[in-house]
Ligand binder design. Structure first.
Ligand code: HPA
Length: 280
């Protein structure tokens, strides 16, 4: 544990040496096909994951693998362009290292985005879903093992892991911008194989609206550290078995590209109206 804290401190110090001490208000994680928003960040300092001490390095095509720190809608943000997935072989602890780094930098607000498969039959590819809860069936958990007491308690509540106030902020942003959103439950699968048809039926019966391969470990870790988290899924495809066609990663990226404009509009408004009190 001491090693984790020492590493986090070294990572944070390195990042501060590049961007200074000014308070960063919101951490932003951009999902598959949604990374271009980082290019709109003003006065950006870009740091490759390769160069950051103790950081894993992303291997997924379509993920750039860098931090972009700067201003968006007048707010100071740190954006992850590319994240670490369990299916890449990282441990859950490695997957969430950047989230812990955010906290080490004094960031208390987190906006997680992802590409996900749509399980809800009433919705469509291209829809944006505000995550109001998640289901993690797999047994692993980023907090498994010795608890890093300096970061948070051994046992902790998950009822507000997706901050209800921030869900309201997102809904308001949706109304203001005219970008429609859904609200629902995200279910984690490990990937990298897409789900089977039976798994998708199971997800639906279990109460899931979307399935995906990320976000949940990050949301758990953020909750452990009492960060205020909002999650937005871009439903890039109908999940397996709903349509009579095979799934592929290209479709995920393609839909991400198609929704880029409305996704960007929504996220910008959310960032703009993110309550100051949640960042302190
Ligand atoms: N399943 C899991 N993850 C995904 C999907 C999917 O259908 N689409 C985009 N990410």
């Amino acid at each position: 544990m001491d090693e984790l804290m020492k590493n986090l401190s070294e990572t944070a110090e390195y990042i501060k040496s590049k961007v200074g001490e000014e308070k960063i208000e919101i951490g932003l994680v951009l999902g598959s096909g949604l990374g271009d928003l980082a290019d709109e960040i003003e006065n950006a300092v870009v740091i490759d994951y390769h160069d950051i001490p103790h950081f894993p390095v992303s291997t997924v095509p379509g993920h750039k693998g860098r931090l972009v720190i700067g201003n968006l809608e007048g707010r100071r943000v740190l954006c992850m362009q590319g994240r670490f997935h369990y299916y890449e072989g990282w441990t859950m602890q490695q997957c969430v290292y950047p989230i812990r780094t955010m906290k080490a930098l004094g960031i208390n607000s987190l906006l997680l985005t992802n590409a996900a498969g749509c399980v809800n039959m009433d919705w469509q590819p291209g829809d944006l879903m505000i995550i109001n809860d998640h289901i993690k069936l797999i047994q692993d958990n980023p907090l498994r093992g010795m608890n890093p007491d300096a970061l948070g308690p051994r046992f902790f509540d998950m009822c507000t892991a997706y901050d209800p106030d921030l869900i309201e902020v997102a809904k308001k942003a949706s109304a203001t911008t005219g970008v429609d959103t859904r609200e629902g439950v995200y279910m984690l699968f490990t990937g990298p194989s897409f789900e089977t048809k039976a798994e998708v039926r199971f997800a639906r019966i279990s109460g899931a609206d979307a399935v995906g391969m990320s976000t949940v470990p990050e949301a758990i870790t953020a909750s452990h550290m009492k960060m205020h988290t909002l999650g937005i899924s871009c439903l890039t495809n109908m999940a397996a078995g709903i349509l009579d066609q095979p799934l592929n990663h290209e479709e995920v990226i393609e839909t991400g590209n198609k929704v880029k404009a409305k996704f960007t509009k929504l996220i910008r408004e959310i960032v703009k109206t993110w309550p100051k009190s949640k960042t302190e």
